[in-house]
Design a protein around this ligand. Structure first.
Ligand code: GDP
Length: 171
């Protein structure tokens, strides 16, 4: 088991998927303990709360940043992968990016749990978890525990349930 004070959770996703909104939700519930770190480029936000370092990374940023954020993979204990469940146009990109994460040398041989948020589930054209899982081929993930949760980051619905699963997997 990893020590709590060494824990890092990466929040990954394309731009506009809802990462900042999700981060804000968790910051609000732990406001006093959150310590902010200034961010640049690909890094949307970084803060520490209750011994956990949370880093949100925009995967759709410039590719020249890619090596910089992939560098975070070796030190992370959990991943939150945020999907805009209504953005059908970009599902292929979401899958390609996920496959790159899963195949990355610093992650492919490690048991790092992945929480998927099927975010924006409140929108009329959002896909169900079952359809998202099929579109992304989640059943092919064998070595890592994963879980998919519908969320509405604006109202906060589904967010806590998802994180509870993730934390249980890590501790
Ligand atoms: P980021 O680029 O991944 O950080 O995405 P943001 O958190 O900035 O969200 C992008 C936009 O989507 C903002 O206008 C949010 O208010 C909106 N948004 C985020 N989550 C949801 C959601 O669950 N439902 C709806 N309807 N809008 C959302």
């Amino acid at each position: 088991k990893v020590k709590r004070d060494k824990m890092t959770i990466l929040v990954l996703g394309l731009n506009n998927s809802g990462k900042s909104t999700i981060i804000n939700h968790f910051k609000k519930s732990n406001e006093q303990s959150a310590i902010m770190v200034p961010t640049v480029g690909f890094l949307i936000e970084q803060f520490y709360t209750m011994g956990v370092s949370i880093k949100a990374i925009d995967m759709s940023g410039a590719t020249r940043y890619r090596n910089l954020w992939e560098h975070q993979f070796k030190n992370c204990q959990g991943i939150i992968y945020v999907i805009d469940s209504s953005d059908r146009m970009r599902f292929v990109v979401v899958k390609d990016e996920l496959d790159l994460v899963l195949q990355h040398p610093d992650l492919c041989n490690r048991i790092v749990p992945i929480l998927f948020y099927g975010n924006k589930s409140d929108l009329d054209d959002s896909l169900s978890n079952v359809k998202i899982a099929a579109a992304l081929g989640l059943e092919n993930i064998k070595e890592k525990p994963w879980h998919i949760c519908s969320s509405n980051a604006v109202s906060g619905e589904g967010l806590d349930e998802g994180v509870q699963w993730l934390v249980q997997q890590i501790r």
